[in-house]
Design a binder for this molecule. Structure first.
Ligand SMILES: [Zn+2]
Length: 214
């Protein structure tokens, strides 16, 4: 059986994202975005600062993404970014050639799927604190929690294959972490564990710096 992965099915030609559009943005706006990114990047060796650092990194990516996609709505530009062949190729190249990036992205991948934190809190579905990630995931699944990213995670599992560690799946999982974090869920339970956020953060900044985008 093959998975029903939305990122594998072609839905017509991908919209061409002009990555160089950011370089044509007015200098003050570029400076702001790069400043936020630097602030995020500067915390990469500080394990205690990952929540704030992730948020600064996301704010930078948000500004960059609105510029290169021409879309202001977050869900809209995420979709456009996920369909970009350019970004997918950059992601793969970095994965193949940067051992440090591969370590970050591979570690983040071991935490998938990333569940929606609000659903866990509201439902009181807290997982045992001492469980492995695999045990925690099984606990949430047994609680019938289905709001997670990447959305096609179960479909890949049913097909007996790993979820691809590629650009669209990774962005989906990072965006789930971003939503959990921005909704103030950071201390509620294991889904916002420092290790998950740190791993998402290192993958996010590692990609945008390693691919020479920000
Ligand atoms: Zn998939």
């Amino acid at each position: 059986m093959s998975s029903n992965c939305p990122y594998r099915q072609s839905t017509g030609p991908a919209p061409r994202i002009q990555l160089n559009r950011f370089d044509m943005l007015n200098l003050e706006s570029q400076r702001l975005v790069r400043g936020w990114f630097e602030r995020a990047y500067a915390a990469k060796d500080n394990e205690d600062e990952c929540f704030e650092a992730f948020i600064f990194g996301w704010i930078a990516v948000n500004g960059w993404a609105a510029c290169v996609t021409g879309k202001d709505g977050e869900t809209e530009y995420i979709k456009a970014l996920q369909r970009s062949d350019d970004l997918a190729a950059k992601f793969k190249k970095l994965l193949d050639h940067s051992p440090a990036f591969r370590v970050s992205a591979t570690e983040f991948h071991t935490f998938w799927p990333i569940f929606k934190a609000q659903k866990i809190r509201r439902g009181g579905h807290h997982a045992p604190a001492d469980g492995s990630r695999a045990a925690i995931v099984e606990h949430y699944l047994a609680c019938r929690l289905t709001d997670y990213e990447p959305k096609c995670w179960q479909s890949h599992r049913d097909a007996g294959e790993p979820v691809p560690l590629d650009w669209p799946h990774t962005l989906a999982a990072i965006y789930r972490v971003r939503c959990n974090l921005f909704h103030g869920e950071k201390s509620a339970h294991s889904e916002m564990d420092r290790v998950i956020v740190r791993s998402a953060y290192l993958t996010l900044i590692g990609f945008f710096r390693g691919a020479n985008i920000l």
